[in-house]
Design a protein around this ligand. Structure first.
Ligand SMILES: [Zn+2]
Length: 475
């Protein structure tokens, strides 16, 4: 290294150190070391939405980064900012998605109103701060839709943490929470006697996640915490086959009238349980065999533990929850609206490919790969749509879960063989068919955990998006 490069290097280093220590000063100046959970009600219908503050709670020690307070990734349908009311300086921000955001696009929202309880979490402010909530407009740009002055001294702000007496334990501990990604794993539908099974399910599914890249090679940047919330009767609520059960976390199949959509609408109960440990991301495992799951960006991911494809569901849903990845599949129906093909989607892993020259993952493609990229779509579609027809029939006839698992196994084997032989498999390109749209939306590779149930990796574009989220919580 020459003297001049040395001095440039040390200058850059000192700037870096200054920026870092300034972030620390910002944190200590504005925030205390605990988490504020700002609870509110989100109401509306297909045409409008409104907000009402509920209360602010101490949600335990602040486990997020104290230096990376601004969300540079800007994923999600919604985005919130905490700012200094005097200077409008943004002190903290995060993108997220919500159950309301999906529900608003269902047919039900055209007929009636809905109210959902939601939370925004940020470090506990030392003085009054402005909270601004943004939502994407028809051009996918964030526009402010709610402003609220958050007063930590208000009578609706409770600085006392919840002592709920729940049993908690640590599955993976790699260091201080403020420097690691903290995941909380909750369980629903497990009785006290089944806690050893819950522990085994946590181990099996967590290991499945850390068996795929980039989680595998970055395992030491994560902590995994577990909270036990036993119930009295095993299993969770299943309204379609009329198997009802009320459990501590309110997990239920049949969200938005979709049998496989597994969500919990009791936000307070879920958040209260999770607050027993430090966390930024949340997985909820349910003690069921029926195929089901759900994943909402920065809310939680759910999985049925005992389904033959539970390991796949766990990793796939975590992709939605952790990095806002879009579904890359398009042959099975959903109850909420598919993304538009007119507009470039904000998700990292699908594109409307309006201009192949500016493809958003172009840096990961090989110049010799044609864009759009040809693949055997007709053969794939013919097979896949037939499987979907059989799937609907099996559910309608209320066949046992083993019959459905057998169908999915047949699908997996056939699709895996089909994709393996395709010319551009393993290359990053732009393959038509993604995000519930058979035409007009494109995915990065022939296969990915966000596309099929084949035992495979996240595609390279999904991996890069996940890596950026890990960076935002650790570096
Ligand atoms: Zn992907």
């Amino acid at each position: 290294m020459t003297n001049s490069t040395k001095s440039v290097f040390s200058l850059i280093l000192s700037i870096f150190i200054t920026i870092n220590s300034q972030s620390q000063i910002t944190f200590d100046k504005w925030f205390e070391g605990k988490t504020m959970r700002f609870d509110y009600f989100h109401s509306g219908n297909s045409l409008q939405e409104h907000f009402a503050a509920d209360r602010a709670l101490n949600d335990g020690a602040w486990s997020g980064s104290q230096t990376q307070l601004i969300d540079k990734l800007r994923y999600g349908l919604y985005f919130y900012e905490i700012s200094d009311p005097k200077t409008n300086t943004v002190l903290y921000s995060r993108g997220f998605a919500s159950i309301f955001g999906e529900w608003q696009t269902t047919p039900e929202a055209e007929q009636e109103w809905g109210t959902f309880h939601e939370s925004m979490r940020f470090p506990w402010p030392k003085q009054i701060v402005n909270l601004t909530l943004y939502k994407r407009d028809s051009r996918n740009e964030f526009q402010p839709i709610w402003n609220y002055a958050v007063n930590p001294e208000s009578i609706t702000a409770i600085p006392q943490p919840l002592v709920n007496g729940l049993k908690t334990w640590n599955y993976m501990n790699n260091g201080p929470s403020t420097e690691k990604v903290d995941i909380v794993v909750l369980g629903d539908g497990y009785t006290q006697d089944q806690m050893p099974k819950f522990a085994a399910d946590v181990k099996r599914l967590t290991e499945e996640l850390f068996n795929v890249e980039p989680f595998k090679s970055r395992r030491n940047e994560f902590n995994v915490w577990v909270v036990e919330t036993p119930c009295t009767t095993p299993g969770v609520n299943k309204p379609h086959p009329q198997e009802f059960n009320r459990t501590p976390l309110s997990l239920s199949y049949g969200a938005f009238d979709s049998e496989r959509y597994l969500l919990g609408f009791d936000n307070r109960a879920i958040r209260d349980a999770a607050s027993a440990v430090p966390y930024e991301f949340m997985c909820i495992i349910v003690n069921e065999r029926t195929y089901g799951g759900g994943g909402i960006y920065n809310l939680y991911a759910t999985t049925s533990a005992d389904n033959k494809f539970g390991d796949y569901i766990f990793v796939h849903e975590f992709g939605h929850h952790f990095a806002a990845l879009a579904d890359e599949y398009y042959t099975s129906a959903t109850s909420y609206e598919a993304p538009s093909i007119e507009l470039e989607p904000w998700e990292a892993n699908i594109t409307a490919l309006k201009d192949p020259k500016t493809l958003k993952w172009k840096h990961l493609t090989d110049p010799s790969t044609p864009i759009p990229t040809p693949w055997n779509k007709e053969d794939f579609d013919a097979f896949s749509y037939e499987i979907q027809r059989e799937r609907t029939k099996i559910r309608a006839e209320k066949k046992p879960e083993s019959v459905m698992e057998e169908l999915f196994e047949r699908e997996r084997t056939h699709e895996r063989e089909m994709i393996k032989k395709m010319e551009f498999t393993g290359k990053v390109g732009a393959f038509e068919g993604a995000g519930y749209q058979p035409k007009g939306l494109y995915r990065p590779e022939t296969d990915c955990i966000m596309f099929t149930r084949n035992r495979q990796a996240f595609c390279k574009v999904c991996q890069a998006a996940i890596a950026e989220v890990i960076d935002q919580y650790t570096k």
